[in-house]
Each structure stands twice: as structure tokens, then as C-alpha cells.
Write a protein that binds this ligand. Structure first.
Ligand code: HEC
Length: 160
């Protein structure tokens, strides 16, 4: 490649990198904090779901008390007010570590309806979590489907 061509590409790359840095630098402390909190909340949901999944997959013995505790924690996480961490300016377009789709903020009613659907499924699982492995298993599909339904539309696939 001619030297000039390389220089042009190099300059273009620098410009892209500089723009990216500036865009992320405008994010406030509060915006970064809620993005961290949001991810922590999601990871807690994954943790509680994992406790239940381990019992269903036979990797842990079914324990009604533990199952109710995990299902209860999951239902509480679903019930909580998520809008506290849905600050504008905290989508994956603005926060480097986030996978929250920008469309959440233009479809907030729909997003919150999905959250409500998830909360209802989690409540139904809680209602039967202590009634044996079969009863617990029968509600698992609805819960994971509720997670997936929201993720499909509102969690972006990372570029790399
Ligand atoms: C109403 C929407 C919604 C529901 C319901 C939902 N999530 Fe999420 N989840 C999101 C969004 C949005 C993100 C991206 C958050 C971010 O990166 O800022 C996310 C991210 C995550 C992450 C972080 C890791 C990753 O892949 O980005 C995990 C883990 C996760 N969700 C687990 C769950 C589990 C388990 C459930 C169900 C028990 C669930 N979520 C239900 C919207 C939802």
C-alpha cells in the first residue's frame, strides 16, 4: 500500500477513536453508577435462577426451603422499581460496558410491560416452589421465557 494511503487510514482511525473517547467521557458519575447497579441487579437475578436451575438439573438436591428462598428473592427482584436505574443517557450507545438497547427509552411502556410479565411469572413460580421438584420445574419455562423475551428486544449483542 502506498505510504499516503496508510497515512489516510491512520488518520481516519485516530478520528474514530477520538470521537468514541469524547462520547463516553460525557457520561456523568450518576449515569455510570446506575449502569453498574443495573448490571448487578441482572446478575442477582441470574444467581437466584441458577440456584433453582441446579436443582432442576440434578446438580443440587431439591430442597424446598432453599427453592422457596431463591424463588422469593427472584420475585422480589422482579417486583422492585427498575426505573431508578433507567436514567436517560445510560444505554449501550452511551456507556461502554452496557448492553441496554437505546430503544428501551423510546418504548418504555413496552419495556415495563415485559418487566411486569416477568414479575407475574416469578410470582407463579414462587407459589409452587416448595411443592416439589415437578411443580417447580413446571414454572421454569415461563420464567426463562420472560427473561429471553425482554433480552431479545432490549439487550444488544456486543459488537466484539
Ligand atoms: C424487562 C426486561 C428484562 C427482563 C425481564 C430480564 N432482563 Fe436481563 N437484561 C435486560 C437488559 C436491558 C440488560 C442489559 C443491561 C445493561 O447492560 O445495562 C440485561 C442484562 C442481563 C444480564 C447481564 C449480562 C449480559 O448478558 O448482558 C444478565 C445475567 C441477565 N440480564 C439475566 C436475566 C435473567 C436471568 C432474567 C430473568 C430471570 C432477566 N435477565 C430478565 C433486561 C431484562
Amino acid at each position: 500500500m502506498p505510504k499516503f494511503g496508510k497515512l489516510v487510514i491512520g488518520a481516519a482511525l485516530c478520528a474514530v477513536l477520538a470521537t468514541t473517547t469524547v462520547a463516553y467521557a460525557r457520561v456523568s458519575r450518576a449515569q455510570k453508577d446506575v449502569a453498574t447497579q443495573r448490571l448487578a441487579h441482572m446478575n442477582l437475578q441470574a444467581f437466584q435462577l441458577g440456584v433453582l436451575a441446579q436443582m432442576m438439573q440434578g446438580r443440587q438436591p431439591y430442597d424446598p426451603e432453599l427453592a422457596v428462598a431463591a424463588a422469593d428473592a427472584l420475585a422480589s427482584l422482579a417486583q422492585q422499581d427498575w426505573t431508578t436505574y433507567l436514567l436517560p443517557g445510560t444505554s449501550s450507545s452511551e456507556i461502554e460496558t452496557s448492553r441496554a438497547a437505546a430503544s428501551i427509552w423510546t418504548n418504555m411502556d413496552d419495556f415495563l410491560a415485559r418487566k411486569q410479565g416477568f414479575a407475574e411469572a416469578a410470582d407463579q413460580m414462587l407459589a409452587v416452589a416448595g411443592d416439589g421438584l415437578e411443580a417447580l420445574t413446571s414454572q421454569m419455562g415461563a420464567v426463562t421465557e420472560a427473561c429471553g423475551q425482554c433480552h431479545r428486544d432490549y439487550r444488544v449483542i456486543p459488537a466484539n
